[in-house]
Design a protein around this ligand. Structure first.
Ligand code: GTP
Ligand code: MG
Length: 207
């Protein structure tokens, strides 16, 4: 029997780093130079035939950079099981904001855990629930943060890249608890699939 899993994934990072472009590339295979700031939040869905018995419905929450870390309403974090944290490798301020976005994400995880426990209590022994909720809870209450992948976007603009001046992303991402990092380009379609697959693999492996 096929099992279906709905995964809510947040895409966060500063204004104009390319969150919407990454999602459009991943879901619709298109790219536009035209910049239109996202207002509030947008949604996109991608259905993945994960393995012979699992269909993953990946719900991508495209959060406006304008929402700003810290101010982002907890509603957005609710039930999120993973995040892509994006910066623009040609703009230092967007890299500096990464830790604020990540911190915001991590600090709101307890809310997620608490809600899951509440639901547990509400359900008592009667309710049925997808088995992954159980294992997520165990993992998260063991202190594991919501899986997040770091994306250094616009890597097609190598000439303007700040990366030589940044800390080594390999060390940086480990130190701050990212499950992986990628240099990406929504424009050239570089590593978009790889980054999202890495995240989904990580989420699924919590099982
Ligand atoms: P907000 O919705 O305001 O938070 O911005 P965003 O993070 O969704 O950025 P968006 O995807 O709208 O992209 C901003 C600008 O960067 C647009 O002009 C895009 O065309 C451009 N852009 C996005 N990704 C890339 C990329 O990989 N390479 C290049 N060269 N430009 C990109
Ligand atoms: Mg956007």
């Amino acid at each position: 029997m096929q099992q279906e899993r709905l995964l809510k994934v947040l895409v966060i990072g500063d204004l104009g780093v390319g969150k919407t472009s990454i999602i459009k590339r991943y879901v619709h295979q298109v790219f536009s130079q035209h910049y239109r700031a996202t207002i509030g939040v947008d949604f996109a869905l991608k259905v993945l035939h994960w393995d012979h018995k699992t269909v993953v419905r990946l719900q991508l929450w495209d959060i406006a950079g304008q929402e700003r870390y810290g101010n982002m309403t907890r509603v957005y974090y609710r039930e999120a099981v993973g995040a892509l944290v994006v910066f623009d490798m040609t703009r230092l301020s967007t890299f500096q904001a990464i830790l604020k976005w990540k911190g915001d994400l991590d600090s709101k995880v307890p809310d997620f855990q608490e809600r899951e426990r509440e639901r547990e209590r509400e359900r008592g022994h009667l309710g049925s629930r997808p088995p992954f909720i159980d294992s997520m809870q165990v993992a998260l209450s063991n202190g594991r943060p919501v899986p997040a992948v770091l994306l250094a976007n616009k890597c097609d603009q190598r000439r303007n890249s700040l990366c030589p001046k940044l800390p080594k992303l390999e060390n940086f991402s480990k130190e701050y608890g990212f499950v992986g990092w990628y240099e990406t380009s929504a424009k050239d379609n570089t590593n978009i699939d790889a980054a999202i697959t890495c995240l989904v693999k990580n989420i699924m492996s919590v099982e």
